[in-house]
Ligand binder design. Structure first.
Ligand code: ADP
Ligand code: MG
Length: 717
C-alpha cells in the first residue's frame, strides 16, 4: 500500500479487503480510497461519559472502564446458539458481562486486562449487568476517543471494519495529494479548516464541535461545487443560439381549451413565447414553477402548440410511465383538434409499436412525443426538434438538462415544469441556469383540502375515518417515510447512548424514533382492513411494477395505497380523497404540500391527515404551517425559514434522501441560507475568471463538478 494515489486506489487494494468486502463497500458507493474518505459517519456515539460501577443506574447508557475478572465461560444452547459470561470490576464494584453467540471471547478478554465497555446498564437486584457491550481495550499511551463514528453499513461489513479501513486512509492523508477545492480566500474567510483537517475532524472528532466543523467544511464544499455547476451551465447557455420561431396569436390556441387561462398562466405563456420568438436568438432554458394544480400542463401545451405551428417537433418528458399516459390522454385530443399528431412511448409500449413510433419521429410524421425521460433520451431521434419539455422537473437533475441540450444536432429550446414552488430568494441560486416563470395563482374553484395533525392516540379514529371514506367509494393514500424495515447490522442500528446525530443536531430525538415502512405498514393495513384491497408502492420496485400498481390504483381496483414519497410526482387520481402521512415530521414542508396535492383533485371532499408523535417545538411549528396554509409558495417560504434551503436542491429524489445516503454531496443538509449565498458568490467568481474551468488550477474543481453531477444523475433512478 502507499504506492498508488490514495484517493484513486481501489478499495480492494486496502489491507483486509477481499472480494466480498469490496462488494459490500461498492454497495455503499465506496470504490476507491477517495470514496472511503467521503463515506462520512452518519452519527457519533459519545462514549466519553465514563461512570464508576457504583454510580451506574438501571437503564442508563454509558461507558465503564473496568478490568476482566474471570475467564469468559461459554454455555452452549440448542440449535448452535450460545452465550458467554464473565465478570468485570473497577475500584468501586463489579458487573457481569454477557455476549451471545461469540465463541472467541476467551481470546479477547484476558483476566486483568482493562477495557472500556459501552452499553445500556441493567440492574438486577443488586447486580450490575451489561449485555453485548461495545468494547475497546484501554492501553497506556492510546487515549480512547470520546466520540466514536457510526458509519452507514452494508451487509458483510461491521462498524469496526469500516472504521478501521477509514482509519487506514486517514493515516495516509498527509502524504496523499488531496486538492483543496474551495478557493483559499473563501475558505479562510469562512474560518474553515484545510481539507485534510476537515477529513480528520469529520471521521475522528475530539469534540462535538470538531464533528460540526468537519461537516460544515464538506457542506460548504458541496454548495460551492453545486453552484459551480450551475454557473458553468449558465455560462455555456449564454453562448448558445436557438431556433427563432414565428409568433402566432395565443387566442388561436386558447380557443380550443375548455377553460380560459388564468392571468398567471397567460403571463407564463407570454414569457415562453417571447423566448421562442425572441429577437435575441438565444436558446430558451426556462422553468415554470407552480403549485400543484396550478395548471402547468396547459402552459406546456401552449408552448408545444407554437413549436409545432412553426414546423418543429416537441417532446414532453415525465418521470414515470403512468404520468406519461395521463398526459397523453389529456393532450392527444387537444392537439388532434389542431391536426397535431401525438404519440406515446413508455415501458409498456410493445417493441413493434416502439419501432413504428421511432420511425415516425425520425421522419417527422409524429409532431409530439410524450414519454419517460429514459426512453426519450435513449435512441429516439427527432427530425427537427424545436422544444423539449420536462415535467415535474425536481426529479431531474441539472445533469439531465445538460444532456438534453447536447442531444440533438440543433439544440431544442428547453422548458421545465417544476411542481415544487421555490422561494423567490432561492430560485436564482438553485436554478441560476434557468429563467424562471412563476405560476403563482390557481385556477378558480379549486377545493381546499382540510388538514389535520394527529398523534398515535388517534389511530383507531383514523382507521374508522379510512373505513368511512372507502365505504363511501373514495380511495386513500398512506405515505410512510421508509421503504422497508431496516435490516442493517444491529450494531449500526443500536440506538445507545447520547448519539450525536450527524444530520440534524437539533432534531435528534425525532430522528431516533423508528420510522414506519411502506411494506410493513401495508401489511398492518391489510390486516386492519381485510375487506379492502391494499397495496404498496416504493422506489425500489421495478418501473413496470410501479406503473402497474399505480394504474390499478387509478382504476379504483386498489383502495388503499401505502407508499413512500414516490407518489409525490403528479399522478392524478381524482377519486382519491384521503392522504395520510405517517411520521409526518420527517418530511419537508414542501414535500408534505406536494403529497397533499395528490388529493382534492376531483369532486370528493378531501382530507390530509398528518400523523406525528413529534414533540419538539420546531416539528410542531412546521406541521402547524401545513394546517394553516394551502399555498405552496407560502409553505415554501416557511420551509426555507424553518429548515433552510437543503430541501429545495434540485437533485436526487426523496427516496435517496430518506435512505440517508450521502449521494447528494451534503447539499440536501444545508440549513443555512447565507452560506449558500456566499458559496454561490464564490463559485460565480471562479467561473467569471475561468468560464469552463479549463485552467490548470481549476482542473480538480472541473473533475469534482462533473463527478457530483453524474452521481446525481445516477441517484435519480
Ligand atoms: P399541474 O400544475 O399540477 O400540472 P394541471 O396542469 O394538471 O396542474 O392542472 C390541474 C387541473 O386544472 C387540470 O384538471 C386542468 O384541466 C385544470 N386547469 C388548468 N388550467 C385551468 C384554468 N385556467 N381554469 C380551469 N381549470 C384549469
Ligand atoms: Mg402536472
Amino acid at each position: 500500500m502507499g504506492e498508488s494515489n490514495l484517493t484513486e486506489r481501489p478499495i480492494k487494494a486496502f489491507p483486509g479487503i477481499g472480494e466480498k468486502r469490496a462488494a459490500a463497500f461498492y454497495k455503499l458507493g465506496v470504490k476507491t480510497g477517495g470514496d472511503l474518505l467521503r463515506h462520512f459517519p452518519r452519527a457519533y456515539q459519545n462514549r466519553g461519559a465514563v461512570k464508576k460501577l457504583n454510580e451506574v443506574r438501571d437503564g442508563e447508557i454509558c461507558s465503564v472502564i473496568a478490568s476482566v475478572g474471570t475467564v469468559p465461560k461459554t454455555v452452549m444452547l440448542r440449535s448452535h446458539k450460545s452465550f458467554s459470561k464473565f465478570v468485570i470490576f473497577d475500584e468501586t464494584g463489579k458487573a457481569t458481562v454477557t455476549f451471545f453467540n461469540q465463541n472467541y471471547l476467551r481470546d479477547v478478554f484476558h483476566v486483568g486486562e482493562e477495557f472500556r465497555f459501552f452499553t445500556k446498564i441493567r440492574i438486577n437486584g443488586t447486580k450490575v449487568e451489561m449485555t453485548s457491550p461495545q468494547f475497546e481495550p484501554v492501553r497506556m499511551g492510546h487515549p480512547l476517543p470520546d466520540y466514536v463514528p457510526i458509519y452507514g453499513l452494508a451487509s458483510g461489513l461491521t462498524q469496526k471494519m469500516v472504521s478501521y479501513t477509514v482509519g487506514l486512509a486517514l493515516n495516509e492523508l498527509d502524504e496523499a495529494p488531496i486538492p483543496e477545492l474551495l478557493p483559499e480566500a473563501f475558505r479562510q474567510e469562512k474560518g474553515l479548516p484545510t481539507v485534510r483537517d476537515a477529513y480528520r475532524m469529520i471521521h475522528r472528532p475530539d469534540t462535538a464541535e470538531d464533528a460540526d466543523t468537519g461537516k460544515r467544511y464538506f457542506m460548504t464544499e458541496a454548495l460551492y461545487l453545486f453552484s459551480l455547476g450551475i454557473a458553468m451551465t449558465r455560462e455555456t447557455r449564454r453562448r448558445k443560439t436557438g431556433i427563432v420561431m414565428k409568433p402566432f396569436p395565443l387566442t388561436d390556441f386558447t380557443r380550443a381549451l375548455p377553460f380560459a387561462l388564468t392571468e398567471a398562466q397567460e403571463r407564463c405563456v407570454r414569457e415562453i413565447f417571447a423566448d421562442l420568438t425572441g429577437g435575441s436568438g438565444l436558446l430558451m432554458s426556462r422553468m415554470v414553477s407552480g403549485d400543484v394544480g396550478s395548471g402547468k400542463t396547459a402552459v406546456a401545451a401552449a408552448a408545444i402548440w407554437l413549436t409545432v405551428k412553426n414546423g418543429y417537433q416537441a417532446e414532453l418528458m415525465v418521470p414515470t410511465g403512468i404520468l406519461a399516459s395521463q398526459h397523453y390522454e389529456d393532450l392527444e385530443p387537444l392537439f388532434a383538434s389542431f391536426g397535431i399528431r401525438t404519440a406515446l412511448l413508455t415501458g409498456a409500449t410493445t417493441a413493434g409499436e416502439k419501432r413504428k413510433i421511432k420511425a415516425g419521429f425520425l421522419s417527422g410524421e409524429i409532431d409530439v412525443l410524450i414519454g419517460t425521460h429514459a426512453l426519450l433520451t435513449e435512441d429516439v431521434i427527432p427530425k427537427r426538434l424545436g422544444l423539449a419539455v420536462t415535467d415535474e422537473q425536481h426529479r431531474f437533475g441539472v445533469a439531465q438538462r445538460a444532456s438534453l441540450a447536447e442531444r440533438a444536432g440543433e439544440p431544442p429550446h428547453l422548458l421545465v415544469m417544476s411542481a415544487t414552488p421555490i422561494p423567490r430568494t432561492l430560485a436564482l441560486t438553485l436554478y441560476g441556469d434557468l429563467d424562471v416563470s412563476l405560476l403563482d395563482s390557481m385556477p378558480p374553484g379549486r377545493q381546499k383540502v382540510d388538514t389535520f395533525v394527529v398523534d398515535e392516540s388517534y389511530r383507531e379514529r383514523l382507521n374508522a375515518f379510512i373505513r368511512k371514506n372507502v365505504n363511501a367509494g373514495g380511495q386513500v393514500y398512506i405515505v410512510c417515510p421508509a421503504v422497508e424495515e431496516t435490516e442493517e447490522d444491529p450494531d449500526e442500528l443500536w440506538q445507545g447512548g447520547e448519539i450525536v446525530d450527524f444530520f440534524t443536531f437539533a432534531d435528534m430525538t425525532e430522528k431516533k424514533k423508528k420510522k414506519k415502512s411502506a411494506v410493513r405498514f401495508a401489511e398492518e393495513m391489510s390486516a386492519a382492513f381485510p375487506e379492502f384491497r391494499v397495496a404498496y408502492l416504493h422506489g425500489k420496485m421495478k418501473q413496470s411494477e410501479k406503473d402497474d400498481i399505480m394504474r390499478r390504483f387509478a382504476d379504483g381496483e386498489i383502495q388503499i395505497l401505502v407508499s413512500t414519497t414516490v407518489i409525490e410526482v403528479g399522478v392524478n387520481v381524482p377519486n382519491a380523497c384521503l392522504m395520510i402521512v405517517e411520521n409526518a415530521e420527517s418530511f419537508g414542508l414542501s414535500q408534505l404540500h406536494q403529497l397533499r396535492g395528490r388529493v382534492g383533485r376531483g369532486t370528493r371532499k378531501s382530507y390530509c391527515v398528518l400523523v406525528s408523535d413529534a414533540e419538539t417545538e420546531s416539528a410542531k411549528k412546521r406541521l402547524d404551517v401545513m394546517r394553516s396554509s394551502n399555498s405552496g409558495f407560502v409553505i415554501a417560504e416557511e420551509d426555507l425559514k424553518l429548515r433552510g434551503p437543503g430541501d429545495f436542491f434540485p437533485v436526487g429524489d426523496g427516496s435517496a434522501r430518506q435512505s440517508g445516503e450521502f449521494r447528494m454531496g451534503l447539499t440536501s443538509l444545508c440549513d443555512d441560507m447565507d452560506l449558500l449565498r456566499e458559496a454561490a458568490a464564490a463559485a460565480g467568481e471562479t467561473v467569471a475568471a475561468d468560464p469552463d474551468l479549463s485552467s490548470p488550477e481549476n482542473r480538480f474543481r472541473a473533475e469534482a463538478v462533473r463527478a457530483l453531477f453524474t452521481l446525481n444523475a445516477e441517484a435519480m433512478n
